[in-house]
Design a protein around this ligand. Structure first.
Ligand code: ISJ
Length: 436
């Protein structure tokens, strides 16, 4: 566990900010400030840019007024404890008072407790938010006078990545297909019901990749997803692990996928076949149950629809269920995300057997892929997605990224079809990295 304070933020060795609390001011600004919030991001390195944007609403930020890193089994608890202290100590003037105003931290957590990627919470120096017709600007400084309010402007388009080459990641597609076949055999033998297996792809560009290029393209093409960037992890996830807003809890569960054909009429027929597919409905049911079971202890009442709807994205369609509940305790959105992780949408059923099979056969460290990514404010309200359809910048080289995709495997899964499905799930990031 360590803290990465801004230069003006001395911290003691346990990672607890000492003398200087964060000074925070939120003011209202015209909601027409930009077409898309990501257009406001200035040129910064991938770890200095933060985003959580959907259909034009959301939050973007830049700079690091304070940050915290943790690793291991206690990464969620350690990050929650740090945030409780930092947000309580902060001196805040908030003229807007909506979820996401005042002091806000963005976070990203590794899928596995054993991953060296660990977890980071970042409080940006500047944050711009929009919710319908209301927009706001938040500035943050560590213990000093607030800097002058920055001038906001739509930035000129970022440079496209140069000469991007893709290569196999930890396993080739052919070897990964073999891994899926082994998992299907283990399911057939009755060891477990479902496991989610993932693969990675390496992308190398001729120079540093501007994260704003990726964000702009993802926001343009995947408007029903949450387009995120936190600490060098960039993507467009369709899956909301949890939203906590004024006592109401929501989760969008996805599992069960079909590729789109590009022909609208044919896609409608495919959507109908997805909604009837017993293999996909079974896979989906495991995921919904894992979310409902994890939320139940925190909710006084819940609504879990009996059957899923079909969510249409530009590349694939998913079976989707929106689970809602009324929060009955004070658990923060981050606390809820911690109790939901890993859901059967990214791990499997039963969790322990699926987790150990992933460890045994997947052949890679997932890093922060498939872990919670999102934000929370001082009240504990916030939104956490599952980091899917994403790429992670290499720790020391902004021209290298790792792309990830995974698939739920059940008894009826066909390994070759799962490779094709994983390829379809790699499309958003592959396209975002291209210049076409
Ligand atoms: C694991 C991923 O996606 C998950 C798996 C799905 C499936 O197998 O049908 C669908 C949506 C996600 O819950 C991924 O995109 O990497």
């Amino acid at each position: 566990m360590s803290i990465l304070p801004s230069p003006a933020d001395p911290a003691d060795s346990r990672g607890v900010p000492t003398a200087l609390p964060l000074v925070v001011r939120t003011v209202q600004i015209p909601a027409t400030i930009a077409g898309s919030l990501v257009d406001l991001l200035p040129a910064r390195g991938p770890r200095e840019v933060t985003s959580w944007v959907r259909r034009g609403d959301g939050l973007v930020g830049w700079g690091r007024a304070a940050a915290f890193t943790a690793a291991g089994t206690h990464r969620f608890a350690d990050a929650s404890a740090w945030w409780a202290q930092v947000s309580e100590a902060a001196v805040v003037r908030d003229e807007v008072r909506l979820p996401g105003t005042g002091v806000v931290a963005f976070g990203s957590f590794s899928y596995a407790a054993s991953s060296p990627s660990g977890a980071t919470l970042v409080v940006p120096e500047v944050l711009v938010g929009r919710r319908g017709s209301t927009a706001w600007l938040t500035t943050v400084a560590a213990g000093a006078q607030l800097p002058p309010t920055p001038a906001l402007a739509v930035q000129s388009p970022p440079e496209a990545p140069e000469d991007v080459r893709f290569a196999d990641g930890s396993l080739s597609a052919a070897r990964w297909e073999g891994v899926v076949a082994r998992a299907v055999a283990r399911i057939a033998a009755g060891e477990l019901d479902k496991v989610v297996l993932a693969r990675d792809l390496a992308a190398d560009a001729a120079g540093p990749v501007d994260p704003r290029w990726l964000l702009r393209r993802l926001a343009e093409r995947y408007e029903t997803t949450w387009v995120f960037a936190v600490d060098g992890l960039v993507g467009a996830t369709p899956e909301l692990l949890v939203r906590r807003e004024r006592g109401l809890v929501t989760s969008r569960v996805l599992a069960g996928t079909i590729r789109r054909s590009g022909n609208d009429e044919h896609d409608l027929a495919l959507a109908a076949s997805l909604a009837r597919s017993s293999k996909d409905l079974e896979e989906h049911e495991y995921a919904v149950r894992s979310v409902a079971d994890a939320l139940a202890p925190h909710c006084s009442s819940m609504n879990v629809p009996d059957s899923p709807f079909v969510l249409h994205l530009a590349n694939v369609m998913h079976l989707a269920t929106d689970v809602t509940g009324v929060l009955r305790d004070g658990t923060t959105s981050l606390g809820l995300a911690a109790s939901l992780h890993p859901s059967a949408a990214v791990c499997g059923t039963p969790t322990a057997s699926a987790d150990s099979l992933i460890d045994e056969v997947e052949g890679m460290d997932r890093g922060r892929y498939a872990g919670p990514v999102g934000w929370l404010d001082a009240t504990g309200d916030g939104e956490w997605g599952i980091a899917l359809r994403c790429a992670a910048y290499d720790a020391g080289d902004d021209a290298r990224l790792r792309l990830f995709a995974g698939c739920g495997i059940v008894a009826g899964s066909d390994p070759e079809a799962e490779v094709a499905e994983s390829d379809a799930k790699l499309v958003p990031m592959r396209d975002a990295l291209s210049t076409l």
